[in-house]
Design a protein around this ligand. Structure first.
Ligand code: NAD
Length: 245
């Protein structure tokens, strides 16, 4: 489904991002994964190598536009183009507003929103030149109704939806599609780090009766990245077992 495409995936070292990397590779794309540190990027590359998946990775500071642009330029020069950007890196929060410092709030916005701006700004000139491109963002089901504490996280994801819908309109004339996937509770470190007594009652609220697997979410990214979604832009696709209702 992605034969000959060049895709950059942030937060590609584990969880949902790592599964998107696997699935895009399975579907014929050249994939470049980005992570936060040399060690985690090397670990992911090694893991994928052991699965016979050859891949390269970088670890720019996503909050620093100049660093991000340098990496995007390097990739475009090496591969000749950038077709797909998946802005997936993200951190969550669960503390109450009383316990959250202003620095902690800013840190979330910085990665979950500002980094998306930086990455997108760095690749858009290449996509415009090609008159083709796909930008996909990882939102969350909390972007629909918020969450009981950790206000920075849903705030950032509401913003991701706004970014997605607005940029879709701005870039449509250039044949660049912009969409987001809004996962529900998904089986990654982000969730397995939560106490069981927090997760168990949440599962009871999911009509499909289970939490999502990274592959469930990666499949939605594959669809939106592919030509199957050629007339879809500005959309937020929920992959949450209907937990939002
Ligand atoms: P995860 O913690 O397993 O992975 C997070 C990824 O983000 C890692 O690859 C990590 O390297 C990267 N990352 C973290 N901090 C970074 C930094 N400072 N700079 C660069 N990269 C950094 O989590 P996940 O569940 O795979 O989350 C992936 C995305 O899915 C996030 O945007 C998250 O908000 C979203 N999401 C997850 C769930 C869930 O239940 N797991 C639900 C909804 C949305």
């Amino acid at each position: 489904m992605l034969k000959g495409k060049v895709a950059i995936i942030t937060g590609g070292t584990r969880g949902i991002g790592l599964e998107i990397v696997r699935l895009f590779k399975e579907n014929g794309a050249e994939v470049i994964l980005l992570g936060s540190r040399a060690e985690t990027v090397d670990k992911a590359i090694q893991l994928l190598n052991d699965e016979d998946i050859k891949i390269e990775g970088y670890y720019p500071n996503l909050s620093n536009y100049d660093e991000v642009k340098q990496v995007a330029d390097k990739i475009a020069e090496k591969y000749g183009k950038i077709d797909i950007l998946v802005n997936n890196a993200g951190i969550s929060a669960s503390k109450t507003i009383d316990d959250t410092t202003s620095e902690e709030f800013s840190k979330i916005i910085d990665l979950n929103l500002n980094a998306i701006f930086n990455m997108t700004k760095a690749v858009v000139p290449y996509m415009k030149k090609q008159h083709e491109g796909v930008i996909l963002n990882t939102s969350s089901m909390v972007s629909i109704y918020g969450q009981p504490s950790g206000v920075g996280y849903p705030s950032s994801k509401f913003a991701v939806n706004g970014f997605t819908k607005s940029l879709a309109r701005e870039l449509a004339p250039f044949n660049i599609r912009v969409n987001a996937v809004a996962p529900g509770i998904t089986n990654t470190d982000m969730v397995t780090n939560l106490p069981k007594e927090v997760i168990a009652p949440l599962i009871k609220t999911i009509p499909l009766g289970r939490i999502g697997e990274p592959r469930d979410v990666a499949n939605a990214f594959l669809f939106l990245a592919s030509d199957m979604a050629s007339y879809i832009t500005g959309d937020i696709l929920s992959v949450d077992g209907c937990a939002r209702s």
